[in-house]
Design a protein around this ligand. Sequence first.
Ligand code: PMP
Length: 290
Amino acid sequence: MPRFAYVNGRYLPHDQAHVHVEDRGFQFADGVYEVITIIGGKFADEEGHMLRLERSLRELSIPWPVKPASLCFIMRELVRRNKLRNATLYIQITRGPAPRDFKFPKEPVPTLVLTCRRAGFQPPAALERGVAVITLLDIRWQRRDIKSVSLLPQALGKQKAFEAGAYEGWQVDEQGFVTEGCSSNAWIVTQEGVLVTRPPSNAILNGITRLSILECACAQGIAFEERPFTVTEALAANEAFMSSAGTFALPVVRIDGQPVGDGTPGPLTLRIRQAYLDHVGAADPLRKGQ
Ligand code: PMP
C-alpha cells in the first residue's frame, strides 16, 4: 500500500514528498515539531500536543502555516488515507524556504509537513521485563522547552544507547542531575513510594505524557514531587520509568548496567501506565490479547 505524506497543501505518495533545498529547517534546524500517537483510532492527548505546538511556534516567532483547526483536519485525513488505526504522526513546521541568511526572512512562508507510519510500539518484552538506560552528559542548548527539530544531541545519545544495548539515554546536567531522556521524560519512585520527576523549565521538554501522568497521579492520590534527582538517587530508588507519547510509561530496570530496585518493572509504574492509557481511552497495545 502506498504511504502518503502531506506537504504544504498536498497529500503525496511518500517517495514524492519533498521540501525546498533552502528550507530553513534543513539549513538551520529552524523549525519545530510534534509527535502524536494514535491508538485504536484515538489521537492520544491531542489538545496538549496542539497547545505545545502553539507555544513552540510562538517562542520562535514562526507563524502558523494553516489555522490550528485546519491542521487537526489534515492530521485526520492523512491517517485516514494511510488506513492506519495505530499510528505515529509527525507534524513538522519550519520557517520555510528563504535565500540562505541567518536573519529571519521578512515575510516567511512556513513549511508544513506531516508524515505518519504504523505505530512502532515496543515488543511486549519491553513491558514485561522493562528496559535499560545509560546516562550521558546533556550537551544540548538552553531552550530544551521548545520542541525544536534540532535533534543532533539526541540522535548521538540514542545511537550511543543502542550501541550499549540500552533502549534510552538519560541525559545528565553538569551538576549530576538527570534532565530527561533523549526522547522521553525521566521518573523515579523513591523508597517511600513518592513519584519524582524534574519540574518544567528550560532544562527539559515538558512532555505532554508527563503532564497527563501527573494529572493521573493527582486523581489517584499518588504522592509526587517535581524536583531534580541524581543518578545516584535513581539507582537507590524502588522504581524508575520513562514517559513519552510513544512509550506512555515504560519501566526502566537498569541504569548504566545496574539494577533499579529488584530489576523488574515496578508496581507503581505499571499502575501509572494503566492510568495513563485509561486517561487517553485506549487499551494497552503491549498487552497480549489487545
Ligand atoms: N523529552 C524529550 C527530549 C522528547 O523528545 C520527548 C518526546 N517528544 C519527551 C520528553 C516526551 O514528550 P511527550 O510526552 O510529549 O512525547
